[in-house]
Design a protein around this ligand. Structure first.
Ligand code: NAD
Ligand code: TYD
Length: 355
């Protein structure tokens, strides 16, 4: 048995692949286009491990996908591949439409054609698990109940609109063609290997570099944070026991305003790596112009996955953020390679002429 993971060199995908192979010997085919967000250094510990087969390619490649599916006969496809950064989607929405919508469409079509030709028992056992986000639900006002799975899709950014579109395609491929799909909608993740363009890693990295900590608008926007390894355990659980055609919200009941997140990171760094001048890191915090169309609040109601699948996060925000800050302090080479662009040479370094 084998699984096919897409986007497995990105932040969540690489954590998923590492955790999967730490817990199981079932091989992983890892298909990733290696956009700026794909970083094979995240998977350096799997060098020489025959259970991890990396393939550089696009989920929308309708020649490559049929070949991979025919060759490896996966029992599941787990689709992480996407453009994922809201600010980039504001500056350049085209890549989001192409990778997240057209890419998912082409992936679904490749998978459907291969799946339809499988014997019936294999068809029934197969799963297409689509990894999505709470941002498809739109923005909540203070005091409104958290998103449940039946909340309307009201995406506000090009990123969330492209993810909502991909969720709709996945749903339709189940209802129309019978493809056995599962969809997960998770809240904001944080943890190791998070690209330092997103709030938490950016604040850690900028703080250590003595740079400003840019808080958008009034900093009172609320996100619901989940440690990445808890997201990975939820996906494994949904894959194992989720009901075909269903969506599952994933979250850890951890709503926090952005400004609190920045302060918590600063306090941890004050203890773990005090500034040379003895001043607090929070002095580097600065308010900058708000993001256009900035969603005010996300909050996930995770009661369905807890009740029906018995899943619960292992980390609280306090334990998860402490692990995350410690990871960035211990992995400053990884940060330096991302910042210098050297991580993009890793394919050549690791795989040489085969790359
Ligand atoms: P990421 O940007 O760190 O990684 C995305 C990966 O996908 C990269 O390795 C990139 O090279 C690859 N990729 C992009 N387009 C591709 C294509 N067309 N074909 C093949 N590979 C492609 O993103 P992430 O934060 O790891 O998010 C992974 C998934 O989880 C995304 O679908 C995202 O929408 C979803 N998600 C993210 C969060 C979060 O907080 N980061 C929360 C909920 C859901
Ligand atoms: P981000 O990590 O980009 O995730 P998302 O927009 O998908 O939720 O941003 C998290 C929150 O932090 C969001 O409200 C925007 C805010 N933010 C800042 O205030 N400053 C920053 O430099 C960044 C990157 C984000």
């Amino acid at each position: 048995m084998t699984i096919l993971v897409t986007g497995g060199a990105g932040f969540i995908g690489s954590n998923f692949v590492l955790d999967w192979l730490a817990q199981s010997d079932e091989p992983v085919i890892n298909l990733d286009k290696l956009t700026y967000a794909g970083n094979l250094e995240n998977l350096a510990s799997l060098q020489g491990d025959a259970r991890h087969i990396f393939v550089q390619g696009d989920i929308g490649d309708t020649t490559l996908l049929p070949e991979l599916l025919a060759k490896h006969q996966p029992r599941a496809v787990i689709n992480f591949a996407a453009e994922s950064h809201v600010d980039r989607s504001i500056h350049g929405p085209g890549a989001f439409v192409q990778n997240n919508i057209v890419g998912t469409f082409n992936l679904l079509e490749s998978v459907r054609a291969w799946w339809a030709a499988q014997p019936q028992d294999r068809q029934g056992d197969f799963r297409f698990l689509h990894v999505s986000t709470d941002e498809i639900y739109g923005s909540l006002a203070k005091g409104e109940p958290a998103f449940t799975e039946s909340h309307p899709h009201e995406p506000n950014s090009p990123y969330s609109a492209s993810k909502a579109a991909s969720d709709h395609l996945v749903r339709a491929w189940h209802h129309t063609y019978g493809l056995p799909v599962l969809t997960t909608n998770c809240s904001n993740n944080y943890g190791p290997y998070h690209f330092p363009e997103k709030l938490i890693p950016l604040m850690i990295v900028n703080a250590l570099a003595g740079k400003p900590l840019p808080v958008y608008g009034d900093g009172q926007q609320i996100r619901d944070w989940l440690y990445v390894k808890d997201h990975c355990s939820a996906i494994r659980r949904v894959l194992q026991a989720g009901k075909v055609g269903e969506t599952y919200n994933i979250g850890g009941w951890n709503e926090k305003p952005n400004i609190d997140i920045v302060r918590i990171i600063c306090q941890l760094l004050d203890t773990l790596q005090p500034r040379a001048d003895g001043k607090p890191y929070v002095d580097q915090m600065t308010f900058v112009a708000d993001r256009p169309g900035h969603d005010r609040r996300y909050a996930i109601d995770a009661s369905k996955i807890e009740r029906e699948l018995g899943w619960k996060p292992a980390e609280t925000f306090e334990t998860g953020i402490a692990k995350t800050v410690a990871w960035y302090l211990a992995n400053q080479d990884w940060v330096a390679h991302v910042q210098s662009g050297a991580y993009r040479d890793w394919l050549q370094t690791q795989y040489g002429a085969k790359a």
